[in-house]
Ligand binder design. Sequence first.
Ligand code: AGP
Length: 606
Amino acid sequence: MCGIAGVVGQGNVVDTLVRSIRTLEYRGYDSCGIAVLQNGALAVKKGVGTVEEVSQAERFSDLDAATGIAHTRWATHGAVSAENAHPFTSCDGRIAVVHNGIIANWTELRARLEAHGHKFRSQTDTEVVPHLIEEQLKLGAADFETAFWQSLNLIDGAYSFAVVTSLEPGRVFVAKHKNPIIIGLGESANYIGSDFNAFIDKTKRAVVFDDDEYGVITKDDFWVKSRLTREVVCKDVTTVQWDAEMAKKGGYPHYMLKEIHEQPHAIRMALGVDARGMAQVVEMLRAAKRIYLVGTGTTYYVALVGQYLFKDHARRFVSAVAADEFTLLAEVDAETVVLAVSQSGETYDTMQAIRCAKAAGAKTAAVVNVMGSSLAREVNVALLQMSGPEISVISTKAALAQMVALYRIAADLARADGTARGDAADVAAAFAALPDLVQQVLNEKSGFLNTLAKHTCGWKDWLFLGRGVYYPIALECALKMKEVAYRHAEGMPAGFLKHGTLSLIDDDICSLIFVPPKRDEALHKMVLANIEQIRAREGHVVGFVYDADESLASLLDERVLLPDVHPSIAPFLELLCGQMFAYFTAVALKRPIDRPRSLAKSVTVP
Ligand code: AGP
């Protein structure tokens, strides 16, 4: 869960490297470093803090070089310290390595290397790599490439590496196994990045590595070889559809707010998801005996919302399973379809679930935002949601768009099955109007939600309650509150409250209720009963409710009134309010919005 960048160009590339890892900071931001080839020798600088802080404190700008690598870290092995920051060098200081992933057999490798006299300076798994390459050279490897390749064959685990060496000036070596690495092809300069953002301001032409490939970039050229056969692999050049502007804040104080405001566009893109891919997914689902939706964190909650959408729109029961539990729980065979949901397409747990499903003969598909990501390449059919880059660690637009894409799949499945609801056309029209409604709520409710958050930000404990599809919406909004505002928020089915948690209701806990529109009569009644249970214990209650719902006026301490809409799209407006409420609470509490402590955007570790 780190960001890797590399450049071979002409003139000084240090600024480019610093900019690259700054754009990758959402992948990790506890420490960072740079290694460049300057006057024939490696120069390494690193430290603890953000790219901004470390590059200034360590005076990265004093460096002047045309070849280099850089790294921004999210600690897995070894504490957050300058010694444990990447890059790491060999004993002779001629090889520097940055890494994303985990080397499973690093303790054995380190013991072996130490026995051969190698001196280690960190507690990380990565530091074995420069020493391993150095050792292969000592043992007589024909050249640096051979030493690198031999080292890769000794490593067990997940990795993407970028390596510079004074032995091969003007080259950056790279390798991939289970963690992403991409080459960017520029004019008299080539780039390396963990994803397209690393070099999107320089070039849109990219080459995506597959597992067990390694390669080299020079200023004007590149090659990729298979680690298994050592033969050259002929790679396609992909044109990235994002541009640098899309990955900038564009006047918003935070990416999270910008991305919340991009939701009307993200919904439109999700509604128009590629028809061919959609037809393939529908065919796959129709042939299946068992269907799983998988994701982790927010995308698990998206999968849970999907469970209700499949029931409501396709009359199908599908199982939503958290990807991190999937291998322990799911029954998978050749008649199973696993549909994964992921923004990054790099999440370890989700990739593991898909790999395990494939190994058991299942068919796989994904709703994914990042083109060329590991997940998009691994599954049988990838539906690209085209939400544009999501930079904030807090997922907002990607999640809402994924829910809309799942509705589309469920509705198309129902049509193919001949089980579409009688009001399917009305529902489709309601979804078509959703982007404008989201815009309306953004315009009309932002101010009120901001004021509400200022009033309520003192509450340290929250219950977020909903029934039906509002239950996973409540779970997702509670996750937003936890990760961005650092407030304890427990998402729960409102009906579950009376089975234990009701004993928590007192002056120290506030409940946020996700109320359906009154037209959703049965559900509305149930939620009303649950609010009464809290009020009877003098609990403090805030509600997201729909206009003209006066039945609730006396039961709620605070209300956010939403425009009356079709019940099928109402949950999405409440999700939007939950996202904004968490955002404004975090602002009121002066939290670091886009990069909360201890988190990273792309979780590529178990
Ligand atoms: C979302 O706000 C979280 N940062 C996190 O739960 C995230 O959704 C999860 O790690 C899955 O990531 P993915 O969508 O990139 O697979």
